[in-house]
Write a protein that binds this ligand. Structure first.
Ligand code: CDP
Length: 223
């Protein structure tokens, strides 16, 4: 039954969700969906079209006219309205705007419908903020990944450094704290562990250890 399994991975920024979710999906032969990339694609499109991100109505209208797709064969490319936006959705501007638009219920409903449709393909690993609570409430395995704020900021800083960009660690930490607060305090689908989620603190763990723990839990759950 492992190939039909649904695994939800939620948590704050920099906890390692996407790296871990992608690897777990690969190891278990499941489909992987990065829901954060969808919110980022909408935020990016709003910025490109000079839509006021503080207008829920305008952003919701835009989201309703947006088509997002993933190309897993090409190394997880993200497409928005026929354009490859894989790199464009990771800029600091998009990162700053995304939590604002992710708070709008109409935007969430739109993406939620699409995420649930994707889940009907069968076995899937999804990562985000509300996967265990809203998107896949009946997932067989729910993980809430955390790590200390310092560890999360440091990880994100190393990622940015690897792309050749110079940015102060303190700036990343402040930005992350602000975004997490916005995600936690919003009214609709706030960031929080599902009641039946396993909370995994990864501060002292390597990526390999986290992946192996989740794979073991998935295998044990299907025995
Ligand atoms: O990679 P990182 O954890 O920094 O963020 P992400 O997963 O790409 O998500 C970007 C933003 O999208 C989050 O800060 C949330 O505001 C929003 N999001 C959400 O509201 N619900 C989800 N299921 C996924 C992302």
């Amino acid at each position: 039954m492992l190939d039909k399994m649904q695994i939800a991975i939620d948590g704050p920024a920099g906890a390692g969700k996407s790296t871990v979710a992608k690897a777990v999906a690969e190891l278990l032969g499941l489909f992987y969906l990065d829901t954060g990339a969808m919110y980022r694609a909408v935020a990016h499109k709003a910025l490109m079209n000079k839509v006021d991100i503080h207008s829920a109505e305008e952003v919701s209208r835009l989201a309703a006219q947006t088509r997002i797709s993933f190309d897993h064969a090409q190394g997880d490319r993200v497409w928005c309205d026929g354009e490859d936006v894989t790199g464009a959705i990771r800029t600091p501007e998009v990162t700053r705007a995304v939590s604002v638009i992710a708070a709008y219920p109409e935007v969430r409903e739109r993406l939620l419908a699409w995420q649930r449709l994707e889940a009907e393909r069968g076995g899937v690993v999804m990562d985000g903020r509300d996967i265990g609570t809203q998107v896949l409430p009946r997932a067989e395995l729910k993980i809430f990944l955390t790590a200390s704020p310092d560890a999360r900021a440091k990880r994100r800083w190393l990622e940015v450094q690897a792309t050749g960009k110079e940015i102060a660690l303190a700036e990343i930490a402040a930005e992350m704290e602000r975004r997490d607060r916005q995600d936690r305090e919003r009214e609709f689908s706030p960031l929080k562990p599902a009641a039946d989620a396993v909370v995994l603190d990864t501060t002292e763990l390597t990526v390999e250890q986290v992946i192996s723990e989740i794979v073991t839990m998935a295998q044990e759950g299907t025995k």
